[in-house]
Design a protein around this ligand. Sequence first.
Ligand SMILES: Nc1ncnc2c1ncn2[C@@H]1O[C@H](COP(=O)(O)OP(=O)(O)OP(=O)(O)O)[C@@H](O)[C@H]1O
Length: 233
Amino acid sequence: MLQLNNVSYRKSKSDLVNSVSATVHAGDRLTIFGPNGAGKSTLMRLMAGIIKSTSGTIMYNDSLQTKNAIGYIPQQLALFENLTVKEHLRFYQKMTGNNSKSFMNEMIETLQLKDFWNKQIDELSGGMKRKVNLAVGMIQQPKIVFLDEPFVGVDLAAKHDMLNWLNQLNSRGITIVFVTHDWQVIRELASKMWLMENGELLQKTTVDEVVEDRVELTGVSTALDKMVSFHRT
Ligand SMILES: Nc1ncnc2c1ncn2[C@@H]1O[C@H](COP(=O)(O)OP(=O)(O)OP(=O)(O)O)[C@@H](O)[C@H]1O
C-alpha cells in the first residue's frame, strides 16, 4: 500500500529520519515505538505527505492516490475554540465532501459525542477535545490514518471509546499507523511494531514478539532496551 525506499529527512544538518526502507500493508495496525526524539513523528509526517523527504522515495498504491485517502491526526489539537462540536463536524464534513450520514452517526454513537454535541471547544476537557480531534481527522473516511499520540490526557473510559471505534474501522479495512508511549493502547490497537531510535528504523517486529520476548534487540540504546523490557510478559 505504501513503500518507503531509503527515505531520509535532514534538517539543521542532522538526519531526523535516516535511510528508512519499509512497507505498510493494507489493513495493518502498526505502531512506531521508540524514545523521545527518535524521529517517529517525523517519519509519520513523511508517510502522510505533510513533509517531503530530503532523499529516497515513498510509493503509494492507487488506492492512496484518491482524494481524502490519507488521514493525519496531529499531536497538537487543531480545533477552533469558539465552535461547537456539532459545528466542527459539519464544517469538516462539508470541506471533505463526505456526507455519509451513517458514518457520522456511527462516529457520534461510538465516541459518545452526543454528551457534548452543542458545547464549544473551549468548554471541553482535554480528553473530550482529543475525541473531537479524532472525529475531525476521521470524517473524510481515509483509507489509511496516521495518529500522533492521539490518547494524551484521555481517561480510561474515553480511551475505550476511541480504541473501540478505531478497531471497528480497522476491521472494515482502514489501515492504522500510530505513535504512542501508552503500552495499553499498543496492546489493544497494534499488531505490527517498528522500533525506532536516532532517526533509524532498527527493527520491524510484532507486539506479540516483543511482549513474549521473542525478538532479539541488537544495537539499541539502554533506554530503548528498558522501554521494551518493561513490557515483556
Ligand atoms: N523542525 C525541526 N527542526 C529541527 N529539528 C527538529 C524539527 N522537528 C523535530 N526536530 C528534532 O528531530 C528529532 C525527532 O523529532 P520527532 O518529533 O520526530 O521525534 P519523536 O520520536 O516523535 O519524539 P517524541 O516521542 O518526543 O514525540 C528530535 O531530536 C527533534 O528535536
